[in-house]
Design a protein around this ligand. Structure first.
Ligand SMILES: NC(=O)c1ccc[n+]([C@@H]2O[C@H](COP(=O)([O-])OP(=O)(O)OC[C@H]3O[C@@H](n4cnc5c(N)ncnc54)[C@H](OP(=O)(O)O)[C@@H]3O)[C@@H](O)[C@H]2O)c1
Length: 322
């Protein structure tokens, strides 16, 4: 999921598992080297998971300072994206979107021959198919992927990563993919991973907005989101809402939406992908466009660097009249 929706995780269990994984993997022998391009909140989480599993890791990011924590834990910083790609048979790319991915990898064209690219950016099926052609034109294999968990759950048991494209590179690099999560290959059509991802994200966002709008409605009578979540969960669980809403509700009451694990800007990107994919696939677009409009209004109110829940600041007020 791309919301920074980290609720539902138990930090003690999280830390415990991480420690266990580190000890297991120290004994596991040599791991394949990996290059990682893109060190936003998700890229850093991927890098941490790969280092935990013992992969020699070379990293590159437009803003070099973001590599600091990974370098401190043993990653090698590359001076250029071409140097990063040349350092390993497989490059995991986790940038904002496909346009950024093409722009960044354009500087590594000469280094791509014989390498495998694993692109984990959000996008549309047409963008994924185009990316395969671009990679092939430079002699690279390409796997398209989509991450179904927020950064803190990357590398943890049950962290589902969707992949599509040729089966052979998926099988060959399976050990690397398993170091980041639980890899599921959906089929040879490279557009499938982002299509599944988009469909699941739309379910997530519409459910979240349903809860947030309901919280805004009862909030108009002075009921806190925390109090409302108790009744909402008792009534709706386990089919529609999940326990994460109860954990997030106090943040709504405080108007506290820290975006360190994923920003509203990043989620707006995902919503735009849902709208564009709906258009590409020839289905109705009004619902995703409404989600985009609400998120854009929250960004316009200055919440772009906050997390997705900041759309509550829009939902809890009357829409401005034209
Ligand atoms: N965070 C989540 O919860 C989550 C969950 C699932 C999937 N994803 C997907 O993972 C991908 C990365 O997400 P994220 O959370 O790490 O943050 P993001 O804000 O979507 O992407 C940040 C990354 O993109 C780079 N970037 C942006 N514009 C660039 C440009 N013009 N040129 C070069 N690099 C540029 C940033 O470099 P700088 O550091 O230099 O700005 C940084 O490496 C996105 O496609 C997102 O949809 C995220």
């Amino acid at each position: 999921m791309t919301t920074n929706n980290t609720a539902g995780q138990d930090s003690t269990a999280h830390d415990g598992r991480t420690q266990g994984t580190t000890e297991r993997d120290a004994a596991a022998g040599e791991r394949a080297p990996v290059a990682l391009v893109g060190l936003g909140p998700m890229g850093v989480a991927l890098g941490e998971a790969l280092l935990r599993r013992g992969h020699p890791l070379t990293v590159w990011n437009r803003t070099p300072g973001r590599a600091g924590a990974l370098v401190a834990r043993g990653a090698r910083p590359a001076r250029t994206v071409a140097e990063a790609v040349a350092a390993a048979p497989v490059t995991v790319v986790c940038l904002k979107d496909y346009a950024t991915t093409h722009e960044v990898l354009g500087a590594a064209d000469g280094a791509l021959r014989g390498r495998t690219l694993v692109n984990l950016a959000s996008g549309t099926p047409a963008e994924a198919r185009e990316a395969v052609d671009r990679a092939a034109a430079h002699g690279a294999e390409y796997l398209d992927g989509a991450i179904m968990v927020p950064p803190p759950l990357v590398g943890q048991p049950g962290a589902v990563f969707l992949y599509s494209g040729a089966q052979e590179p998926f099988d060959r690099h399976r050990a690397v993919l398993e170091s980041m999560g639980d890899p599921r290959h959906l089929g040879a059509d490279p557009g499938l991973a982002v299509l599944y991802n988009t469909a699941l994200l739309e379910m997530m966002y519409t459910t979240m907005n349903g809860f947030l709008h309901a919280a805004a409605l009862v909030g108009s009578a002075g009921v806190t989101a925390a109090r409302f979540s108790e009744l909402a969960l008792g009534w709706f669980m386990p089919v529609i809402l999940d326990a994460s809403f109860a954990q997030q509700a106090p943040a709504l009451d405080l108007g506290h939406y820290p975006g360190d694990e994923g920003t509203l800007e990043m989620n707006l990107n995902a919503l735009e992908h849902i709208a564009r994919t709906s258009e590409e696939q020839g289905v109705h677009t009004a619902q995703p466009r409404l989600l985009v409009e609400i998120a854009e209004a929250a960004v316009a109110r200055g919440h772009g660097a906050d997390n997705y829940l900041a759309v509550f600041e829009v939902l809890r007020r009357a829409a401005p009249t034209a």
